[in-house]
Design a protein around this ligand. Sequence first.
Ligand code: HEM
Length: 474
Amino acid sequence: MNTYFTILLFLVPIFLLLSRTRRYSKRIPPGSLGIPLIGQSLGFLRALHNNTAEKWLEDRIRKYGPVSKLSILGKPTVFIHGQAANKFVFHNNSSILANQQPESFAKILGDRNLMEVSAPDHKRIREALVSFLKPESLKQYIGKADEEVRKHIEIYWKGKQTVTVLPVMKILTFDIICSLLFGFEQGKQRDQFLYSFQEMLNGFWAVPINLPFTQYNRGLRESVRAQKLVKELVHEKRVLLEKKGASPRQDLITFLVSMHDEDGKPVLTDKEIVQNVVLSLLGGYETSATVITFIIRQLANEPTVCAAVLQEQQEIAKSKASGESLTWEDLAKMKYTWRVVMETMRMFPPIFGGFRKALTDIEFDGYLIPKGWQIFWAAPMTHMDSSLFPEPSKFDPNRFEKQASVPPHSLIPFGGGPRMCPGNELARIETLVAIHYLVTRYEWKLCADNLFSRDPMLKPTQGLPIKVWPRELA
Ligand code: HEM
């Protein structure tokens, strides 16, 4: 009897352990984590580069089903997709899902940037940024954006026979954001910033995509330099504010410096101001430049769409006196052009996808996502789903004629929920103003191949060189 009892005493825990492990592993999504550290990163990054990432993901779905595990950027990851997945990722409780970025992002941008912090700091910093970036406050900066676009056309388009669109659009969006965020214009200071920011962006991806380590180090070095320059600006703006020589809303830095709570304490520390101003510039200039570049590409490929945009923009131009700036009301009239922007972002989202991190064991679609694992979302999976957007490969701005026809949680170029891009309104202003002046003043055609890739940001392979000539006014 005693022997039986002892055997039982040993067997019961083993049986319980085995059945728990079996249950646990059964619920973990299918797939493979691949070779340690490398996992599927190289295959996925290669697919992004070759512009076959959607197919790469569809192949996974065919093989493993809608929820699967893999390893990206050295971390165990669960890939999920579809409307319910987007809702799960973007609208989940922040105490269950946190934001997750490659480690190099935090190293380069610092640990107090919006993408690294979680509630309640995320809410406090985000609210401060959004009070400046919300439509009601951005209205007053349309004149500045208008001025920058005209200056840009004078320098980079006027008298030219060819223009390589992406690099010049990056300069334009950089200048617009600099004038709004930093309150300074073209000159030596801007050139230093432009160099530093480009190097920081390169540094971001150097580690995740295995570029030479020197590139990452350059990113880090330039980040220190850019943050030092912004810190000096913070100091200058504070002195000006105290001397009443500046209005709080003249630029983002002055605005953030001027914010105090009811006890008179600054809402953001200087470190938070510096890191989040840098983040906003980095998050904003390349993405917006990419969207404008792809609209220019689409307008060259789609003459009917181009004619409709031109007609809408010429109506607005006719209502303006010579040299008069566009206004908020003018932008509200650009309804068709905005649909073209939306359709461009549907088919060519500048940001392919992103990550969240499970802060606790969490379930999705019957599967377990273990604590600490990444969750990977990808915009094209719903953007190009024919059950959500019929004939998804057809460029059809009219699909956005009725806002209600866009299925919920399906169009996510700006992400969604509490972490949705706070710069979306600024991006709208930059894009519509740029398209207004370009389309009413110039005609163009593509003079190289139509190919594009993701490195990992979307870009035409040759930067989109175009042949340009002034538009003959009818
Ligand atoms: C067409 C242009 C843009 C696109 C497509 C875009 C896209 C995105 C996406 C996909 C995210 C991640 C959302 C998430 O994880 O849920 C994001 C976050 C962010 N974007 Fe943008 N963005 C654009 C322009 C801008 C601009 C102009 C600014 C600057 C003012 C900006 C600042 C930010 C910031 C600060 C975040 C982090 C938000 C947070 O974590 O709470 N973006 N953006």
